[in-house]
Ligand binder design. Structure first.
Ligand SMILES: [Zn+2]
Length: 170
């Protein structure tokens, strides 16, 4: 889908940057608030990414509070938002987040509602985000190289300027 790949080559909203920082400190309620502000500020489909990470934060919050049914419900919602994004979007390792959350939920389901309070919080892995952003070529899928804001695909020559959301085709 052209549109999603296209949308992944912009800059992460500052609220989302702050949200990831808080998420990685396991401050899931505060992270949820930052992602909500990013989601509200964004009109484009990238807001679905923010909504998805927000729901993962809420899911983890439910787990911390021992709310089994809440965690299961919100996990399902989060994956609905995140499933269509590529593994790396705006430098965020979305694929890793999906598999981390899946591992968390496997453990939660193993424990069940009775023993959810025994959940090992070290399973809450951070959202990995490359501040320099990792660009993936929308034409061939190769990792692109960024130099002085000029992003070039070493494989097919596709290029664009990182300050611009538009991709320039040869
Ligand atoms: Zn390419």
């Amino acid at each position: 889908m052209m549109k999603d790949e296209f949308i992944c080559q912009g800059v992460l909203h500052s609220g989302a940057v702050e949200g990831i920082r808080l998420f990685n400190e396991k401050k899931f309620f505060e992270a949820h608030e930052e992602f909500e502000s990013a989601w509200r500020a964004e009109k484009d489909d990238i807001r679905n990414l923010y909504q998805g990470i927000l729901q993962v934060a809420v899911c983890y919050l439910h787990i911390k509070r021992g709310n089994y049914n809440g965690a299961v419900k919100v996990y399902g919602r989060s994956m609905k938002w995140l499933k269509d994004f590529p593994d790396v979007c705006r430098g965020v390792r979305v694929g890793k987040l999906r598999s981390d959350a899946e591992a968390v939920m496997k453990e939660v389901q193993k424990l069940g509602a009775e023993r959810i309070h025994e959940f090992d919080e070290s399973l809450f892995k951070p959202v990995v985000w490359n501040e320099k952003r990792e660009w993936v070529c929308d034409r061939c899928g190769s990792t692109m190289q960024e130099k002085n804001c000029k992003v070039t695909c070493p494989n097919c020559g596709n290029r664009f300027d990182c300050s611009d959301l538009n991709i320039y085709f040869d």
